[in-house]
Design a protein around this ligand. Structure first.
Ligand code: GUN
Length: 296
């Protein structure tokens, strides 16, 4: 069997076009230009590339983006001071603090300090709680990208065995929560799964992953999922982005697994572009939710 390739890149282009059209309407009707503030601390080369890609995507869809760069020696209180300014700046609708942060910074304190109404990553505790309760303000970008890809490729999740490999706060945990809900971003068929989450302490991982109708992998280990870990015909979603020599590869051994799976996302060109599209969508939503100012 050769798997169907789930082309996240072209789906993301389509979603970005839809967002661009909504941005035009928002500007015309309310004079609001959605604006994302991206905070980049230190010199991590991958983070620089990710933030640059987010800025380019904003510009192409008609959103504004403002980059706030801080040195690797920045302290927690210096970063909190910047966030307080961004929180109170009415021209900024979304705030993103690129992770990872340098070791001396208290990441939890920083993420807790982003105003929930501007928290387009959905990392703030209030937003995580709202997702868990099935009444999200924002959906976190990568998990939302996974659900958009499944829904738009007409892969239903309701009643399916979904296995998520990885329990990070950014991907694994919120994804489990979203798959469990009674409805998803694209309706009830885009949620309602039977969900298992496995991680570094799980025993007999392959036995668990082989149960999956839909296998989502987000553990950050190059080519970790091999063909014997996948049920023939399963849908495999690879969230990993790993540098291997001069190549970017996912968490799934694409060559081997695509001979077994029914459908698979490539890396690059799978979930990555959708993550960025969902960030634009959240920034647009944040701008739309700004209350009209009463006339003087
Ligand atoms: N670093 C890796 N993924 C992400 C993400 O989704 N958001 C932010 N802010 N940083 C990241």
């Amino acid at each position: 069997m050769t798997a169907r390739i789930l082309d996240g890149k072209s789906l993301a282009m389509q979603i970005r076009k839809e967002i661009a059209a909504e941005v035009v309407t928002l500007i015309e009707q309310r004079g609001i230009v959605p604006c994302l503030a991206a905070v980049l601390v230190g010199d991590d080369p991958a983070s620089h590339v990710y933030v640059r890609n987010k800025e380019i995507a904003c510009e192409k869809a008609g959103l504004q983006s403002r980059l706030f760069r801080m040195p690797a020696t920045t302290t927690t209180s210096e970063l909190l001071e910047l966030l307080a300014q961004l929180n109170s700046d009415a021209k900024i609708h979304g705030i993103l603090v690129q992770l990872p942060l340098p070791k001396q910074i208290n990441e939890r304190k920083v993420l807790d300090a982003v105003l929930p109404a501007k928290d387009v990553d959905a990392f703030a505790p209030e937003n995580v709680g709202l997702i868990s309760q099935g009444r999200p303000r924002f959906l976190p970008c990568t998990p939302h990208g996974v659900l958009q890809l499944l829904g738009r490729c007409e892969i239903e999740t309701a009643g399916k065995e979904v296995v998520v490999v990885g329990r990070s706060d950014i991907v694994g945990k919120p994804l489990v929560s979203m798959f469990l809900q009674k409805t998803g971003p694209l309706g009830p068929t885009n949620a309602n799964a039977t969900v298992t989450c496995c991680h570094s302490q799980s025993t007999d991982l392959a036995e668990i992953t082989r149960r999956a109708d839909i296998l989502v992998v987000a553990i950050g280990k190059a080519n970790f999922i091999t063909a014997d870990m996948v049920r023939p015909g399963a849908v495999v979603i690879d969230v990993g982005i790993n540098r291997l020599g001069d190549k970017i590869v996912g968490d799934v051994d694409f060559e081997a697994v695509s001979q077994v799976a029914g459908a698979i996302t490539p890396v690059p060109g799978g979930i990555g572009p959708l993550t960025i599209a969902m960030l634009l969508q959240n920034t647009l939503a944040a701008a739309k939710s700004v209350q009209a100012q009463p006339q003087a």
